[in-house]
Design a protein around this ligand. Structure first.
Ligand code: TMP
Ligand code: ASP
Length: 241
């Protein structure tokens, strides 16, 4: 697949056109940002880890009936995906209280929730991704009520696949963020699922194996990312992608 012009550069990835108008290449970078770009750094080989983790997890999700943009991993940092019109919403699923939920509601991090919490955020760095609901999405033209309901149902389905999978490799899936897009009218899971977009805690030690190491200056970011990809590859090594 010939890689053509760069169409877009985000904080962690670049998007390229290909000879096929329906397909794009996503290129993963090592640059890390937090707090809507206010904090910047590099996590060595993050791009390689996130591409691999995301491809393996999207493949696992496809096997469980969740439609995604994944076509195939091209090499260490590049993946071929279906072109989509992105819906400017972030869907967050939480199994354990952490991060902004702990802060907003004055709760301790680590409290296990009896049922998952679903949240929607409007994707806009300048506004610091404000929390919104399905009424905002409909009234402001980001997605119809039906599309929001589909994204929420898919997000819970993703959780039902990934939570037991991570548990099987000794990791608590605390929370994660998903993004969706439209390809020929169909809602597909897009973007990435990686230690950048999830909170992943070691089940035994509760060590953080995700981007909170960078956000909170905990050190050993690259090692944590490597540990995640190592465990996922060990579990899914027989899966061809
Ligand atoms: P939060 O607790 O900061 O709201 O984050 C919830 C989850 O969403 C966490 O797994 C990290 C992920 N996330 C992103 O992927 N991108 C973001 O911009 C933010 C704020 C969170
Ligand atoms: N992704 C956001 C940023 O780059 C925030 C975060 O992940 O903490 O600033």
């Amino acid at each position: 697949m010939k890689i053509l012009d760069m169409l877009y550069e985000g904080k962690a990835k670049r998007i390229y056109a290909t000879e096929d108008p329906d397909l794009l290449v996503m290129n993963y970078k090592d640059e890390a940002t937090a707090f809507d770009g206010a904090k910047k750094g590099i996590i060595d080989n993050k791009g390689i880890v996130n591409n691999r983790v995301s491809c393996l997890l999207f493949n696992l999700l496809e096997k469980h009936g969740v439609a995604t943009h994944l076509v195939k991993q091209l090499d260490e940092r590049n993946v071929l995906v279906r072109r989509m019109e992105m819906i400017p919403l972030e869907v967050v699923v939480r199994n354990v209280i952490a991060g902004s939920l702990a802060k907003r509601l004055g709760r301790e991090e680590g409290e296990v929730l009896p049922v998952p919490i679903l949240e929607l955020y409007y994707k806009n760095d300048e506004l610091h991704d404000p929390m919104v609901n399905e009424y905002h999405a409909q009234a402001l033209g980001w997605a119809t009520r039906e599309q929001v309901a589909i994204m929420q149902q898919k997000a819970l389905q993703v959780n039902q696949v990934l939570q037991p999978f991570f548990d099987s490799i000794g990791i608590i899936l605390v929370d994660f963020k998903l993004e969706f897009g439209l390809a020929k009218g169909e809602i597909l899971l897009g973007d990435e699922i990686s230690p950048d977009s999830c909170r992943l805690w070691d089940k035994e030690t509760l060590d953080k194996l995700d981007k909170d190491r960078f956000r909170r200056d905990l050190g050993k970011e690259a090692e944590a990312y490597q540990e995640v990809v190592r465990r996922i590859e060990d579990a899914l090594s027989d899966m061809s992608i």
